[in-house]
Design a protein around this ligand. Structure first.
Ligand SMILES: NC(=O)c1ccc[n+]([C@@H]2O[C@H](COP(=O)([O-])OP(=O)(O)OC[C@H]3O[C@@H](n4cnc5c(N)ncnc54)[C@H](O)[C@@H]3O)[C@@H](O)[C@H]2O)c1
Length: 278
């Protein structure tokens, strides 16, 4: 990744920070953004400006340059303004990793309210499109080549009960990736989506998300959910670490995958292909 610049959304913590550190470790400069604050309807702890600053500190400690800014990916103009400034500062843009996302209400589809649905679609689907819309013209101008990596989920491949809005948004992200892969082929820009099973980050390590896997309990803890988390995967392993996803993102960002485009890559302990028996 020497000499390349990568734009990462949702970079304050979790997988976004892991991507920044992994890519910087291989030589990339980073443009990092995050809302770094609370989102209505999300009940687990919000990322903070201190956490975004910690991502900056860790990338700089590796010896790479990083430009960071706070923006809500629901607001296209703010996102574009920050990215444009970052590209000016770093002088180029080669790769987008659209990673920012939320998980909010867990309940049957027909009981979900409009606010939880709309917030989910605005962030996980429209926000991902905003990141593409802001970044792709820079990557085309930069040319030739480049990579766009959209972070979906196994929920972008399967219909996990209790999170219809998350499933719909993450399937939509796959639709964006497949469309862009065709549109950007003439520019030799590769576009792929990544579909992780559960990853041990704040998004799942909390009580409200545990309801997805323990609907039988009124107030499940994360520990209550761990056996069920392992059960959905082929391997008896409950979750990935953020670095497991970062390694896949690095491969898709690098020339090692130079002829890989339009692919939906599961990083999922076999979850999306698990045979559950008769
Ligand atoms: N954790 C999992 O089990 C899992 C599994 C599959 C896919 N994913 C996806 O991976 C991505 C990263 O999630 P994570 O596990 O690191 O969780 P996380 O909550 O630690 O990180 C998500 C980041 O996105 C940011 N963000 C949320 N809304 C935003 C907005 N409107 N504007 C800008 N930034 C915003 C948050 O502040 C946070 O820093 C998400 O797209 C998520 O849906 C997560």
């Amino acid at each position: 990744m020497d000499g390349k610049a990568v734009f990462i959304t949702g970079a304050a913590r979790g997988q976004g920070r892991a991507h920044a550190i992994r890519l910087a470790g291989e030589g990339a400069d980073i443009i990092a953004t995050d809302i770094a604050g609370p989102v209505d309807t999300v009940t687990y702890a919000a990322a903070t400006e201190d956490e975004l600053a910690e991502t900056v500190r860790q990338v700089e400690a590796i010896g790479r340059r990083i430009f960071s800014f706070t923006a809500d990916i629901r607001h296209y103009n703010a996102l574009k303004r920050g990215l444009d400034e970052g590209v000016t500062q770093l002088g180029r843009l080669d790769v987008l990793v659209a990673n920012a996302g939320i998980l909010n209400a867990v309940m049957p589809s027909w009981e979900l309210d409009e606010t939880n649905w709309q917030t989910m679609i605005d962030i996980n689907l429209t926000g991902t499109w905003h990141a593409c819309k802001a970044a792709v013209p820079h990557i085309i101008d930069q040319g030739p080549g480049g990579a766009v990596i959209l972070i979906s989920s196994t929920a972008g491949l399967r219909g996990i009960p209790g999170i219809v809005h998350y499933n719909a948004a993450k399937h939509g992200v796959l639709g964006i990736a497949r469309t862009l892969a065709n549109e950007l082929a003439p520019h030799k820009i590769r576009v792929n989506s990544v579909h992780p099973t559960n990853v041990r980050t704040v998004m799942i390590e909390n009580e409200s998300s545990a309801r997805i896997y323990r609907p039988d309990l009124d107030n499940p803890t994360f520990e209550d959910a761990v056996p069920a988390l392992a059960n959905i995967n082929m391997w008896d392993v409950p979750y990935l670490e953020a670095d497991d996803v970062a390694n896949a993102v690095l491969w898709l960002a690098s020339d090692e995958s130079r002829y890989v485009t339009g692919v939906a890559l599961p990083v999922d302990l076999g979850m999306s292909m698990k045979y559950s028996g008769a």
